[in-house]
Design a protein around this ligand. Structure first.
Ligand code: AMP
Length: 294
């Protein structure tokens, strides 16, 4: 049975009771609308920890004006059934009043890391993410917390926040789960029309194209980025936000590929904004794909 906890004190009590009974607690923060990407994190947490807690909270702080907060998919009974199937022990499911009884005056600012890549077109997004994750970690005090590589910038920012602010938790990043045609699973894929869904494979194809160029010996970033942009521009309805090769940890642009790089894309189809990425470790002739954080 999966226990559902709706208040901060109840969730905190649950984790504390488990930990004082000697159990390790793994925590997976989510916004619900579960898909195989979420389930892969639950399985990883299950494998690593004696108890698994998942949070389901569509965090208003991380949505900008005009973004999809109102229409974001919500189906708690389906999520609960999936969590039960996966052996999740507890779900923390607070409402917005429980998490933010008053306007949140104190927020966590990820600095320049929050302003690059997705931060350029979503200025308040990463402060919103960092604030809610900090709050959840303080409420729950888990032993380990699990994130997906799909949201690579989020993973980099949270890793930095945990390190710099001294949160007593271990973090793990799990690989991106994809559809057979390469499209990264996302709750937002549900917004796509069948035509857009077919075209959305261009995100992963552009990443594969970049990897192929790099494996063939090309190290020039403007060239790789240009080829990605051209591939995306050829798809009707694909509105490019960015296609960038950056330093994996600082997220800053590089001109030559000679280190661990994050190759990241963001593309809009109508109102739906999709992201994807891969990480390559490039040393001399060797090119290796690696998780966002190891
Ligand atoms: P969300 O509910 O979209 O906030 O995602 C919750 C967690 O699931 C985040 O750590 C995401 O990075 C992760 N996630 C989302 N999509 C995928 C995917 N396709 N593969 C792996 N992890 C994912």
């Amino acid at each position: 049975m999966t226990v559902v906890l709706e208040t901060i004190p109840a969730a905190r009590r649950w984790v504390r009771a488990e930990r004082s009974a000697g159990q390790t607690v793994g925590f997976v923060p989510t916004m619900g609308a579960f898909h195989e990407g979420h389930l892969s994190l639950f399985r990883r947490a299950r494998a690593r920890c004696a108890r698994v807690m998942v949070s389901v909270f569509v965090n208003p702080l991380q949505f900008g004006p005009g973004e999809d907060f109102e229409r974001y998919p919500r189906d708690f009974s389906r999520d609960l059934a999936l969590a039960e199937q996966e052996g999740v022990d507890a779900i923390f499911h607070p409402d917005a009043k429980e998490m933010y009884p008053e306007p949140q005056v104190i927020t966590v600012d990820p600095g320049p890391l929050g302003q690059l890549l997705c931060g350029r077109s979503r200025p308040g997004h990463f402060p919103g993410v960092a604030t809610v994750v900090a709050k959840l970690l303080n409420i729950l005090e888990p032993d380990r917390v699990f994130f997906g590589q799909k949201d690579a910038q989020q993973a980099v920012i949270i890793e930095r926040m945990i390190g710099e602010l001294g949160f007593p938790v271990e973090m793990e990043v799990c690989p991106t789960v994809r559809e057979p045609d390469g499209l990264a699973l996302s709750s937002r894929n549900a917004y796509l029309s069948p035509e857009e869904r077919a075209r959305a494979t261009v995100l992963y194809r552009s990443l594969c194209q970049a990897a192929t160029l790099i494996r063939s010996g090309i190290r020039d970033v403007p060239r790789v980025e240009r080829e990605m942009r051209e591939l995306i521009a050829a798809i009707p309805g694909a509105d490019l936000d960015y296609a960038s090769v950056v330093d994996r940890r600082t997220l800053e642009g590089v001109s030559t590929i000679d280190r661990e790089v994050l190759i990241a894309v963001a593309v809009r189809f109508g109102k739906t904004r999709l992201i994807d990425n891969i990480v390559l470790d490039v040393k001399d002739e060797q090119v290796r794909e690696i998780p966002a954080i190891s």
